[in-house]
Design a protein around this ligand. Structure first.
Ligand SMILES: [Zn+2]
Length: 467
């Protein structure tokens, strides 16, 4: 099947776009050219007009919790990947901690693959994990090696976890785990908050009877992230592990990472839309709806994260999509027991396009790097995904860059439809999403169309991270 796509534009240098066309064969991009340049070629099975839309490389959301199998009243792979498709995300990388059994063994990985593959509408990768629980198994090193052989994208570790089924690692355990991951040649993604500090501040706040969103924020100060990041930088030097800080929220922690990376330490970080959009005063207003860990910080932090996206010191943007049951789990009567997490996969591309490119905080070229190129390299799939280039999987989103629309939670496609972005107006809307040359999503006016579940494929980490 060879298809010529025409009447479209693609990103060029900076904020520029250029008119183009391309041919897809066997699920991959075959060639790109100027308008009309490829029309003379023979043997097209079809020609598809993209009606002047802007084609972006499919986004890779490197941090989602689709809860399947195990916590499927919160999210599942059918609804999670539907929301991804509707948002121009063509690959998701699912976390190991929010499915049961957690992905800390080969058997758990294969079980999860069997459950989720028939539901997936977009391509997917799995994070493996080393939890405090897994660490108690004397065979934990062998399990980690098995997971690498089965193609996990990276490993998730926690310095502070709220989950009984996936506990955090004590500093000595963290060091031992990083040593093993360094030997296996695979990166570690770490939840970086200092356990002791958060446990102490939480106990203080609760003993004093505090029960407001700002009491929760006070229990997880920026200092907790800064201390944890400093410790991780030291451990990366000591063990040689490639360390990636997930969902970074504070400007000072980013400064530490930038300085260490400049000195050659193998450390990087991602941030998420919630830390780029909201601050503590929004938490006071939105309450549990915006409860996350880490918690949103100050306007200065938010601005420094944007600057980090622009100057390259933040490597990529992911959503940490984690929906609780709505409204039940978000309205338990106490900020301490309300579910921590927000859905986000469907809004990643519109958010960065509208708030980042539209407001000139980042260029269009930089945006495609942040959600496609950089995550593809980090997860070892740059030979297959992440760019509009001949030979790579034909994963792309077609966006109307001028369409203004207002976010309404009930119109999103994940299972539990609440969003901190309710009522937010975005300029730029995903109209079509294609995975390996197959259309999986289309929007015409207010009508939406989806492809068949099961079209998404498991993607294995292929190689060490390319420079
Ligand atoms: Zn997460």
């Amino acid at each position: 099947m060879r298809v010529r796509f025409f009447d479209l534009s693609v990103p060029d240098r900076g904020d520029r776009v250029r008119r183009a066309e391309f041919v897809v064969g066997g699920g991959r991009f075959e060639a790109f050219g100027a308008p009309g340049a490829l029309a003379g070629g023979s043997g097209f099975d079809a020609e598809v007009s993209l009606k002047g839309l802007l084609v972006l490389p499919g986004a890779i959301d490197g941090h989602v919790h689709f809860d399947d199998p195990g916590f499927t009243w919160r999210e599942n792979f059918a609804t999670g990947t539907r929301a991804a498709a509707a948002g121009g995300v063509t690959t998701v990388v699912d976390m190991p901690c929010t499915s049961l059994p957690p992905v800390t063994t080969r058997a758990a990985l294969r079980n999860k693959l069997g459950v989720v593959a028939p539901k997936a509408m977009v391509d997917f990768m799995f994070w493996g994990g080393i939890s405090g629980n897994a660490f108690e198994d004397p065979q934990w090193e062998r399990h980690a090696a098995d997971l690498v052989a089965d193609g996990v994208a990276a490993f998730k570790l926690y310095m502070l976890s709220g989950m009984e089924t996936f506990r955090d690692l004590a500093p000595d355990q963290m060091r031992a785990a990083l040593k093993v991951l360094a030997r296996l040649g695979i990166p570690a993604g770490v939840h970086a908050e200092d356990r002791e500090l958060v446990v102490a501040r939480t106990a203080e706040a609760r003993a004093a009877g505090g029960n407001t969103p700002l009491d929760y924020a006070a229990s997880r100060p920026a200092e907790a992230e800064i201390r944890a990041v400093a410790a991780l930088i030291g451990m990366s030097c000591e063990t040689g592990a490639r360390v990636h800080v997930v969902h970074l929220s504070s400007g000072v922690a980013l400064d530490r990472i930038r300085a260490a990376a400049d000195e050659g330490v193998a450390v990087s970080a991602e941030t998420c839309p919630q830390y780029l959009a909201f601050t503590r005063s929004d938490l006071a207003t939105l309450g549990a709806l915006l409860k996350t860990a880490p918690v949103v910080k100050e306007p200065e932090d938010r601005d420094r994260l944007w600057a980090g996206l622009a100057d390259g010191s933040l490597q990529h943007v992911a959503t940490d999509h984690a929906a609780g049951e709505w409204p039940g789990e978000k309205t338990t009567g106490s900020i301490w027991t309300d579910y921590g997490g927000v859905p986000g996969v469907e809004l990643l591309v519109p958010f960065l396009f509208s708030e980042g490119v539209g407001r000139r905080r980042i260029t269009l070229e930089r945006m495609t790097e942040l959600v496609s190129g950089a995550p593809a390299r980090f997860f070892g799939v740059a030979g297959r995904k992440g760019r509009l280039a001949a030979g790579l999987d034909a994963d792309f989103a077609a966006l109307d860059p001028d369409e203004a629309w207002t976010v309404d939670a009930v119109a999103l496609h994940n299972l539990n439809r609440y969003t901190t972005f309710q009522g937010w107006t975005s300029t730029g809307r995903v109209r079509e999403t294609w995975v390996r040359g197959r259309k999986v999503f289309a929007r015409t006016g207010s009508e939406t169309w989806f492809g068949e579940p099961g079209a998404g494929q498991f993607v294995r980490r292929e190689a060490a991270e390319a420079a």
